[in-house]
Design a protein around this ligand. Structure first.
Ligand code: FES
Length: 356
């Protein structure tokens, strides 16, 4: 049997796997410890210190997201010293940015805003001094407002450790510190592939979904869990819908496999076609080369296709026909398609556009 480590958190005893952190142990007990820079499945860097706790006999407060459990440890998560430290940290973060919730796209879904409310902070004790960074509106998909960045580094780790694109990192020092591509370029001039992982993990309004701007507040959007239809991987995603229109798309982390919450550029940003007015929703048939396409019923369309296929097969043979299946169909649909070509038409000329 696997050895366990037993410790006490807020008076409750818990046994966890060696190597787990105090944060993980507390969460297994249902004890809430606030976090900002922590993001599961990436390196714990202890950048923000919001998750501090008291550990008996430790010289100072410790960051629970980085502290491994040890036998007999006694942890307290809710003491006046812990709350005072958390308030100080949040007030410093608040005052060193332009956190203007009135116009922020993340209002209502911002982790910094939630922590300010949870810690009951009316306003910061320090003068608000935003760094005055220029906005990055260089592309049509991602907006970057580094004045709202809390330097948690989640976007950097998501870019480097989850997507392994290695585009983002910190630059500069102290109050000039910022996150971005090499040589301080905008996204469009960098090696960014626009997977959008950075906006998925950003806890504030620093990196946001550009197409969603002014299209709906977070509480107005209905979240619909679905499977991406772009290729055969089957990535799990959440569509954020308002008035039957998709406002934005986020990877679904809870479902786990196959994408663990990540998406590619097409899955995340290629959603306009769904409600595009030019989208084909009815079959169109051109009976004669000189004719325009005409809208017909599905029965008429299928009868037309069947007649044409029969005529071609009888005149030129089954191998004069080929079929190209779509990556947007399900495995079952593609199975049926090849079956139709092989058993129905009598040819092995079948291929599939299973590539991104
Ligand atoms: Fe632990 Fe930031 S969440 S240091």
């Amino acid at each position: 049997m696997e050895k366990k480590v037993t410790l006490t958190i807020d008076g409750q005893e818990v046994s966890v796997t060696p190597g787990q952190t105090v944060l993980e142990a507390a969460r297994s007990l249902g004890i809430y410890i606030p976090t900002l820079c922590h993001y599961a499945n990436t390196t714990n860097v202890g950048a923000c210190r919001v998750c501090v706790v008291e550990v008996e006999n430790a010289r100072s407060l410790v960051a629970s997201c980085c502290m491994p459990v040890s036998p007999g440890m006694v942890v307290r998560t809710n003491t006046p010293a812990v709350r005072a430290a958390q308030k100080m940290i949040i007030e410093l973060l608040w005052s060193s940015g332009d956190h203007n919730c009135l116009t922020c796209e993340q209002n209502g879904a911002c982790e910094l805003q939630n922590l300010i409310y949870w810690l009951k902070i009316d306003k910061p004790r320090f003068p608000i001094e935003p760094p005055g960074h220029a906005m990055d509106e260089s592309n049509t998909m991602i907006s970057r407002d580094l004045n709202k960045c809390v330097l948690c580094g989640r976007c950097i780790r998501a870019c480097n450790e989850i997507q392994v694109n290695e585009v983002l990192d910190f630059s500069m020092r102290g109050s000039y510190a910022k996150v971005g591509p090499a040589f301080d370029t905008d996204y469009i001039d960098s090696t960014c592939v626009f997977c959008g992982e950075c906006l998925q993990v950003c806890p504030t309004g620093a990196i946001t979904f550009k197409q969603a701007k002014f299209a709906g507040r977070p509480w107005e959007l209905e979240k619909v869990h679905t499977t991406c239809a772009y290729c055969g991987v089957g990535c799990q995603m959440d569509l954020y819908v308002k008035d039957n229109r998709i406002i934005k798309v986020m990877g679904n982390r809870e479902y786990g496999q196959p994408n663990e919450g990540s998406l590619c550029v097409k899955g995340r940003f290629g959603m306009d076609f769904v409600s595009h007015p030019d989208r084909l929703t009815k079959p169109l048939v051109r009976r004669d080369k000189k004719e325009d396409l005409k809208e017909v019923s599905w029965d008429e369309a299928f009868a037309f296709i069947a007649d044409k296929l029969k005529a071609i097969k009888s005149e030129y043979g089954a191998d004069s026909i080929a079929g190209l299946a779509s990556a947007r169909c399900t495995n079952e649909e593609n199975y049926l398609f090849q079956k139709f070509l092989r058993a129905g038409i009598g040819t092995n000329n079948v291929d599939h556009c299973a590539r991104l």
